[in-house]
Design a protein around this ligand. Structure first.
Ligand code: CP3
Length: 354
């Protein structure tokens, strides 16, 4: 390593990679790095339900720290859930044991839409900025802190369906059958999400990620016409917040050519799109985040590490790679396999750092 180069803090390394600048090695964090695969998380969850955990800043901070202490990730992600925003808008949210999220009163008509409250995140979601301040005050090793929100379409999927679904046919029908209600809902969500992310930045988030988990259900032109304008609204409202913006459309290989107009600093890439292909389709200078298949963490550690090394080499074709999974850590993942992969990434040396 060249002696004249500075030692990067974890936060610097993460922010430089987001901006497409060379780093000693790619920063590493994993989507869903906190959660049920960790025994120390299950211990906290044995005492409180999931929403209480999200709403108690000291506990949310504690579970945010757990994967940092265990694995040495470069970035923390706020412990929360995308669905706290629709809950703050007035929908009744529950997480049944093993069932996933449910809204008792889904949004299906104009009248349902009229029931939604405008939100002031500082008041209605005050526990989130409070958690961010608690996390920033206690980060173990100068990590970056990533805030996040669900993207408008993915939030609409759950709000209209009322629960998880393979096809989210209700919102996708509304999009065509009741265009006005769909557009009004998406406008409301884009405003709420932008306000919410700005509140997170004000509280200390160093970067923000928009999770568009279900965007990949749509064909490219439909996504471009009916989803992208609202993503753009959110990203534009964050233009002057001074933090990198990450947009992650899971299952979105076919959307990559359409992402060019969004203007985010970082594109999340899932395991179906090689990083090289993603980079060719994105505007020059866009950083890429990904993209180890989380299923590989369920199998032999040496297979996962070998694939991680390929991704590290591929990512190093240009500056601006954040090593991550292609989607969240699965609940049955052995922590030892995560350690092995993170160690491989932390031991990698970038050829751009000379
Ligand atoms: O990444 C992190 O470590 C931060 C925490 C985080 C959670 N949810 C915690 C959580 C983040 C970033 C999310 C985002 C989220 N939530 C998404 C988008 C991310 C993605 O995977 O694309 C979605 C679709 C949701 C909605 C949601 N929340 C579902 C479908 C579920 C149930 C599935 C499951 O794993 O049980 C949740 C619950 C949830 N969110 C848990 C955690 C740790 C499990 C709750 C528990 O029982 O402890």
């Amino acid at each position: 390593l060249n002696e004249s180069l500075p030692n990067l803090t974890k936060r610097d390394r993460f922010l430089r990679a987001c901006r497409g600048q060379p780093c000693d090695r790619p920063p590493v964090w994993f989507m869903r790095q906190a959660g049920r695969f960790l025994p120390e998380y299950r211990e906290v969850r044995a005492k409180v339900d999931f929403l209480t955990l999200c709403k108690t800043p000291d506990l949310a901070a504690e579970v945010t720290f757990q994967p940092l202490r265990r694995f040495g990730f470069d970035a923390a992600i706020l412990f929360s859930d995308i669905l706290v925003v629709p809950e703050a808008m007035g929908l009744k949210l529950s997480f049944g044991a093993g069932e996933g999220p449910r809204f008792a009163d889904p949004v299906r008509t104009r009248d349902d839409l009229a029931r939604l409250r405008p939100i002031d995140p500082g008041r209605d979601l005050a526990y989130v900025p409070a958690a961010i301040r608690a996390i920033k005050a206690g980060l173990p090793d100068g990590e970056a802190l990533i805030g996040f929100a669900g993207a408008p379409f993915t939030l609409a999927c759950y709000m209209v369906e009322g629960e998880g679904s393979a096809s989210f046919a209700r919102v996708r029908t509304m999009m065509h059958a009741d265009r006005e209600t769909y557009d009004a809902l998406m406008r409301r969500l884009a405003d709420a999400v932008a306000d919410y992310l700005l509140a997170q930045v004000e509280a200390g988030a160093d970067a923000v990620q928009l999770f568009d988990t279900w965007a990949g259900l749509l064909d490219g032109p439909t996504w471009a016409a009916r989803v992208a304008p609202y993503v753009r609204t959110v990203l534009e409202r964050l233009d002057h917040a001074g933090v990198p913006r990450i947009y992650f459309a899971a299952g979105g290989a076919h959307l990559l050519p359409h992402l060019a107009t969004l203007g985010m600093e970082v594109a999340g890439v899932d395991w179906r799109s090689p990083l090289t292909v993603a980079r060719e389709l994105l505007p020059p200078g866009t950083a890429v985040q990904g993209n180890l298949d989380p299923v590989l963490l369920l199998g032999p550690a040496d297979t996962a590490v070998a694939r991680a090394r390929e991704i590290l080499v591929e990512g190093d074709a240009a500056p601006g790679h954040i090593f991550n999974l292609g989607h969240g850590v699965l609940p049955d993942t052995p922590p030892a396999t995560v350690s092995a992969v993170v160690e491989a990434a932390r031991g990698f040396r970038s050829r751009h750092w000379t």
